[in-house]
Design a protein around this ligand. Structure first.
Ligand code: SAM
Length: 225
């Protein structure tokens, strides 16, 4: 999509020192989140990178509060870090619908949600997320949504979620830079192409207004008009 005019200010390259500074100037993680991250790294060293980072977690809680969200949905829960960040931003009578296929990973999540005192706000459903979404009652709507599961499924999740968002509702999608591979035309891996297709689709979707932020591996924020 050709832009009429662009104003480019290059995002800082984040050196390890700058990353440490950013972390030092963001609300620190509390002991429950810290222990959840530690246990995840210990139990699943090869998968720990799937968890959102400290700043993204803080942003998630903040955005949930700014939205005044009551009904949230997350696609891709893993060991529950991002879900805990959403749940903490919800009011006591708020609800997060958390979707994942793994009983094992989410059993870790359930323990930490109990410890954090937010388990009663989280409705975890195990199964392919697309099936769960399609089976929801027609009237079920959300104020905030998070896409963080299989990247080849993002477009289908998007089409299910947008009609279910209340006006002004916020959709967040993680990994929208695919570790920089979105701009590598030699890379045709399905999960990278899935993200490219998703990013392109949003640009032609006049139901939303969006921005792609270079936080973590890229986080897209899209507000339903
Ligand atoms: C990147 S991880 C989620 C990380 C999590 N948001 C966090 O911050 O800790 C992706 C998760 O998506 C789940 N997943 C993959 N395909 C899925 C599908 N078709 N339906 C539901 N969950 C799926 C995986 O089991 C995995 O736990």
């Amino acid at each position: 999509m050709a832009s009429v005019a662009t104003v480019t200010r290059t995002t800082e390259t984040v050196s390890p020192e700058l990353q440490a500074y950013i972390t030092d100037h963001t609300d620190p993680v509390d002991p429950v989140l810290a222990e959840l991250a530690e246990e995840t790294a210990r139990l699943y060293p090869d998968q720990k990178g799937m968890q959102i980072g400290t700043e993204q977690g803080a942003l998630t809680t903040l955005l949930t509060r700014i939205q005044g969200a009551r009904d949230a949905v997350e696609i891709g829960t893993f060991t529950g870090y991002s879900a805990l960040c959403f749940a903490r931003g919800l009011p006591e009578d708020g609800r997060l619908l958390a979707l994942d296929t793994s009983e094992e990973w989410t059993s870790v999540a359930r323990r930490y949600w109990e410890r954090a005192g937010v388990a009663d706000r989280i409705d975890l459903r195990i199964g392919p997320a697309l099936e769960t979404l399609r089976a929801l009652p027609e009237q079920e709507q959300f104020d905030i949504a998070f896409l963080d599961a299989d990247k080849t499924g993002y477009l289908d999740y998007w089409e299910e979620l947008v009609p279910r968002m209340r006006p002004g509702g916020l959709l967040l999608a993680d990994n929208t830079l695919s570790h920089g591979r979105v701009v590598d035309s030699n890379n045709t891996e399905p999960h990278v192409q899935g993200i490219r297709d998703f990013n392109d689709r949003l640009m032609s979707d006049d139901r939303v207004t969006q921005v792609l932020l270079p936080i973590g591996d890229g986080l897209t924020l899209a507000r339903k008009n």
